[in-house]
Design a protein around this ligand. Structure first.
Ligand code: ADP
Length: 507
């Protein structure tokens, strides 16, 4: 399914919102349970206790009214007794009707039946006294059994017990409410943290699915900027994959343009080389005066012509090398090499030029391991660096060349006391055709290809080159190479065996 960044984010937000709604609904449900439990407790048990208290009071009154009536046989007392008794019965019935607990129900039923027995006995006495002898003989003995009054302590005790049970039920209910509240609070806390964790996981996942492909596109474009025109692989199906497709298209086009450019550069170099060789031969024949004698002015012109032909040939060769490097066609013949002797040869070649300019070259060296290098190309590297140092150093300046062990490899540093390079130019000096602002200060004109070739050649052979400089004070170029791994080379080959001996001798 193609999920755009917008859809992914909306889906994430909606999921988080849905989880939060569920959690809140659960918490509301739990609170409702707690509130219902509290409500039931208050409306049922508290009401029962209040009713039971009322019934107990009424029971006292009833006992007294009955007693008075049985002594005085006054119908006013009977009426009070009868009224109180029927109200008590009503209240008792309504209390019985709301009971859900069997024990309390039984207790009230017992109160009800004992009370009924007592009421019936009093009413029986009243009926009897009205109908018969008491009308004519007021002193006739009472038929009411006084033992009936003994049921009152039992009834009071039963009502007290009922109230104690109801209070215990309230306490139990309140304990349950407290327990439920604590549990709900714990669950709410867990759910809150759970929701937070889920929200963070979703946010992290969505962010990763967005940033991961973007990082791949950034890495891809950085490689394209460095001249490697590979394809960016993005597994997501959102806008980033469209962006990756567009960058891949661009990369393809750039590769084609680059190949075309490299082919053109090679073509131009080849086209220039043949006529240059012809001009060089003609210049040689003329300057050797093989076709007749020349005057000094003609010879001077031919000398100047030779200098320019050399420059053109040098430029054409550098141009061709750059074209080969860019097309990935530069080949290196790596052999076990003695870095010190390569540097020494380059310095020797440059001495004439340095002396002519009045620049002093100082070389120092300490034992270094052998390296793997293409001797011809590495010579070109040091020739370029040393000739640059001479070119950009004024008369009486010094070039200090040091060859020493560096880490487990070797380092050659070429430091001059020349014009230096501005800090804003320094990162660009290895870019082909780049000439820093200081280049205009020196008389000799350059091509801007020398350092680009130095970097490509050094890195092509497994080394690294760096530059530091202070404007007006001088520059230092360092070339580092790892030590050759002699253990991986076949020791039986004579060249290697000899190198091993030399290396042992140097170390
Ligand atoms: P160029 O042919 O112009 O010397 P390079 O590629 O060799 O081209 O050098 C690039 C630029 O780096 C030069 O134009 C110059 O500005 C600067 N540069 C190189 N070496 C030095 C140095 N030793 N001192 C000062 N500037 C230097």
């Amino acid at each position: 399914m193609r999920l755009t960044i917008y859809k992914k984010m909306m889906l994430g937000f909606l999921t988080i919102i849905a989880i939060m709604i569920c959690v809140n609904a659960y918490m509301v449900y739990e609170l409702n349970l707690v509130s219902n439990a509290a409500h039931t407790t208050l409306s049922s048990d508290v009401l029962s206790i209040n009713l039971a208290k009322g019934i107990r009071t009424r029971l006292y009154e009833e006992e007294q009214d009955a007693g008075k009536y049985l002594i005085a046989h006054d119908n006013t007392y009977f009426a009070m007794f009868s009224d109180g008794s029927s109200r008590l019965t009503e209240e008792l019935d309504s209390l019985i009707s709301v009971q859900t607990d069997a024990a309390r129900y039984e207790l009230l039923q017992m109160v009800r039946s004992k009370h009924d027995v007592f009421t019936s006995a009093v009413i029986g006495e009243q009926v009897l006294s009205r109908a018969t002898t008491r009308k004519s003989n007021k002193n006739a003995p009472p038929t009411f059994d006084q033992g009936q009054f003994e049921s009152f302590p039992i009834l009071h005790e039963a009502l007290d017990r009922f109230m104690r049970l109801s209070q215990a039920s309230i306490d139990q209910a309140m304990a349950n409410v407290e327990l439920t509240t604590q549990q709900s609070a714990r669950v709410a806390l867990i759910l809150t943290f759970g929701t937070l964790l889920v929200a963070l996981t979703i946010a992290f996942f969505i962010t990763r699915t967005i940033t991961h492909p973007i990082e791949a596109v950034i890495r891809g474009t950085q490689q394209i900027a460095r001249g490697s025109f590979g394809q960016i692989k993005v597994t997501s199906h959102d806008e980033t994959s469209l962006l990756a497709d567009a960058v891949n298209d661009m990369s393809n086009q750039l590769r084609q343009i680059n190949e075309y450019k490299a082919a053109m550069m090679r073509q131009i170099s080849h086209e220039l080389r043949t006529p240059l060789q012809t001009i060089l031969s003609a210049q040689y024949i003329l300057s050797e005066q093989k076709l007749g004698g020349l005057n000094p002015e003609q010879l001077r012109l031919l000398g100047s012509m030779r200098g320019n032909i050399d420059k053109l040939i040098k430029f054409t060769n550098a141009f061709l090398d750059i074209a080969k490097i860019e097309a990935g066609k530069m080949e290196y013949e790596l052999v076990l090499a003695d870095l010190l002797s390569i540097v020494a040869a380059a310095v020797e070649d440059a001495q004439v030029l340095a002396e002519r300019k009045g620049v002093h070259i100082a070389v120092s060296a300490s034992p270094i391991p052998y390296i793997m290098a293409d001797v011809e190309k590495l010579s070109q590297v040091f020739t370029n660096l040393v000739s640059n140092a001479i070119k950009y150093t004024d008369k009486d300046g010094t070039i200090t060349i040091n060859v020493a062990r560096h880490g487990n490899g070797a380092r050659v540093s070429i430091a001059d006391t020349g014009i230096g390079i501005a800090s804003e130019d320094l990162p660009k000096i290895f870019v082909k055709f780049y000439q820093a602002s200081n280049a205009s200060k020196v008389g000799a004109k350059g091509t801007g290809l020398g350092l680009a070739l130095v970097k490509a050649f050094v890195e092509g052979q497994g080394g690294a080159v760096t530059a530091t400089s202070t404007l007006g004070a001088g520059s230092t170029f360092c070339v580092d190479f790892p030590a050759a791994d002699l253990a991986t080379l076949a020791p039986s080959t004579p060249a290697i065996a000899q190198s091993q001996r030399s290396a042992d001798g140097l170390a």
